[in-house]
Write a protein that binds this ligand. Structure first.
Ligand code: CO
Length: 295
């Protein structure tokens, strides 16, 4: 199916272009604005200070790649924005960031999703951007760049990046369990698909999710069948934040560490988000480059 390969970008419709032409005739502020390109990076967000280094790393690599193009940030989680606001850190929602960019005279904006899969948050982002693509006197073009694991090609590059990032201290019979977020959205199927591709390369790499399927009980059963006694726990999320600290490596009885422990599998957590690795950020940047090429 070749047709699905072309990313589905959102363009400002022609109607809006015609609208601004009619403003010119009306003799009001119909002058053509100078082109001003910008990038908006959109993440769920984190309030965990150590996890911030994932986003710093992305900012650094995006800055190196796109040089003079201004880069802005938005967090989709209102809970996290409120928490950060209490600490004096003001983070914008996507809506707020785009309003500010409009006010600052940006005409062409690439909105890059820093999500892992095309789930609910990505769908919401697309809807928000669609709403912004039809405003009079708004952006000339606004495009959404795709999340990390979006097309079949990404499955290959992400699989290889994970294999390349496996803990170097790991010995042959030790498993690696990736912790994905999981979602009720149909795109949850990506996690099991990813495990299939990973296990073709390394049969002891597993992918579980916190809020979807496969869950940790299923992963634990698979590991028991393979007689695994030692595992590395690795977040498959952009940041090693709250889920990594508590659900994965925490001391609660139902943390992944303890669920595996009760099955006789000792584990070592690796507190590093995917966005701390160059080869992962390179995949998001490739999607951003594609989006920029349409601006
Ligand atoms: Co969550």
């Amino acid at each position: 199916m070749k047709q699905s390969r072309l990313p589905k970008f959102i363009f400002m419709s022609l109607v809006v272009v015609l609208g601004s032409i009619s403003l010119t005739f009306a003799g009001s502020h119909g002058h053509k604005k100078d082109t001003k390109k910008g990038i908006l990076l959109v993440a769920f967000g984190t309030s965990v200070p150590q996890a911030q280094k994932s986003f710093d790393h992305i900012a650094d690599m995006v800055g190196k790649e796109f040089g003079t193009i201004p880069v802005k940030w938005a967090y989709t989680s209102s809970i996290i924005r409120k928490k950060l606001a209490k600490q004096g850190k003001q983070l914008d929602s996507v809506e707020m960031a785009l309003v500010k960019m409009m006010e600052q005279g940006f005409t062409h904006v690439a909105v890059q999703s820093l999500h892992t899969i095309r789930g609910e948050e990505y769908d919401d982002l697309v809807k928000t951007v669609q709403a912004f693509s039809h405003l009079p006197d708004g952006f000339e073009k606004i495009i959404v760049g795709e999340p990390l694991l979006n097309l079949e090609d990404d499955m290959k590059t992400v699989t290889q990046a994970i294999i390349d990032n496996l803990p170097p201290q790991r010995t042959k019979n030790e498993a690696v369990v990736l912790m994905g977020h999981g979602t009720p959205h149909p795109s949850n199927a990506f996690y099991a698909a990813l495990m299939f591709h990973l296990q073709r390369k390394d049969p002891l790499v597993f992918v579980g999710t916190v809020e979807g399927s496969p869950d940790i009980t299923e992963i634990k059963d698979m590991m028991v069948e393979k007689k695994i006694s030692k595992a590395w726990l690795v977040p498959f999320m952009s940041v090693a934040g709250d889920h990594a600290m508590n659900d994965m490596a925490g001391d609660e009885e139902d943390s992944w560490k303890n669920i595996l422990g009760k099955a006789g599998i000792s584990s070592t957590p690796v507190m590093k988000g995917t966005a701390e690795y160059d080869n992962m950020v390179t995949i998001w940047i490739a999607h951003l480059k594609t989006a920029m090429s349409y601006l």
